[in-house]
Ligand binder design. Structure first.
Ligand code: OGA
Ligand code: MN
Length: 300
């Protein structure tokens, strides 16, 4: 097997050729090579994959334990988060203003997946099952490269800072009651350090998202302004990469090291995507992310 890793994006995002999901499931060598590419490039694209739910889950499990889809989402309780505007019962498209359409809008805010969960996510694997003829792209930005671009004084300040994340916060930017009471009660706010260090290569990333609403020790307004500024800098023109999907594409991204967002598409066109999400473990640098780890670091 000759696996090629072809960089496509501005310092991150690469296409893997010569091996796909099946080979990673079957071969330890293929897994090791793809894992290495994942740690290095943060986003990996596989084209023309014979995707099934089972293959996608088996591939994803290579990298760690899988999350179950969150409360009140399509796929709740299974490993599959379903992002679709196709009504499961009628097979038609959901009407304008439907919850799934509002959710798609919320996904169009720059974010990282599951920073509002304990534990948060290492990676997401998204497969394109039905793709609209135009729009519906997904964009990525490296928070690792963004970290490196920060002024050293700001980096020093953020290194031990702790930020708060809440699913209801990002949903509230789209519609006031988009997050239901059940979503709120099953996903209360959580806090993590704002710098995630990858133990595989000692590279640091900025850990923020549309879900981030506060920073310990800062007035809320100043914190929100800083979060917005950091997001804008991370996703500034020239630093993002947009992927135009084809059915059969699979993209895996590192939630520690990139932000992503969906792009709009015509509401009369179907789009159906399936995501599996891999939970972060201490081996992925999570041990250092707890707020207590910050308290210990500051005390040292
Ligand atoms: C996701 C996500 C965006 C998109 O699957 O986590 O944010 O373009 N997707 O579907
Ligand atoms: Mn997402």
């Amino acid at each position: 097997m000759r696996i090629e890793v072809v960089p496509l994006g501005p310092g991150f995002f690469a296409e893997v050729r010569g091996a796909g999901l099946t080979e990673v499931v079957a071969s330890d060598d293929a897994y090791a090579r793809v894992r290495e590419a994942f740690e290095e490039h943060s986003v990996l694209l596989f084209r023309d994959q014979p995707v099934t739910d089972e293959l996608q889950a088996a591939y994803s499990r290579r990298f760690g334990p899988l999350e179950t889809a969150k409360a009140a989402s399509l796929g709740e309780g299974t490993p599959y988060s379903i992002l679709t505007n196709i009504d499961r019962v009628t097979g038609g498209l959901v009407p304008p203003g439907h919850k799934e359409e509002l959710r798609a809008k919320a996904n169009q805010l720059w974010h990282t997946d599951s920073c509002f969960k304990i534990p948060p996510a290492l990676a997401s694997v998204l497969s394109a099952r039905v793709v609209p003829p135009s729009g519906g792209e997904t964009e990525f930005a490296s928070t690792r490269l963004a970290w490196d671009r920060l002024a050293p004084s700001l980096r020093a300040r953020l290194e031990h800072a702790v930020a708060w994340h809440d699913y209801a916060h990002s949903r509230g930017k789209i519609a006031r009651e988009l997050a239901s009471d059940r979503e709120k009660s099953t996903m209360p706010p959580v806090s993590w350090r704002m710098r995630w260090r990858n133990p595989a290569n000692a590279r640091d990333s900025l850990y923020i998202a549309s879900h981030t609403y506060a920073i310990d020790g800062m007035p809320d307004e100043a914190a929100q302004a800083l979060i917005d500024e950091l997001t804008a800098a991370a996703t500034a023109p020239g630093h993002t990469w947009q992927h135009r999907w084809r059915a059969g594409d699979v993209i895996m991204w590192d939630n520690r090291a990139v932000l992503h967002r969906g792009r709009p598409w015509p509401s009369d066109k179907p789009r159906h995507m399936v995501r599996t999400t891999i939970t972060a473990t201490d081996a992925d640098g999570l041990a250092d992310m707890w707020p207590q780890a910050r308290a210990a670091a500051v005390a040292r």
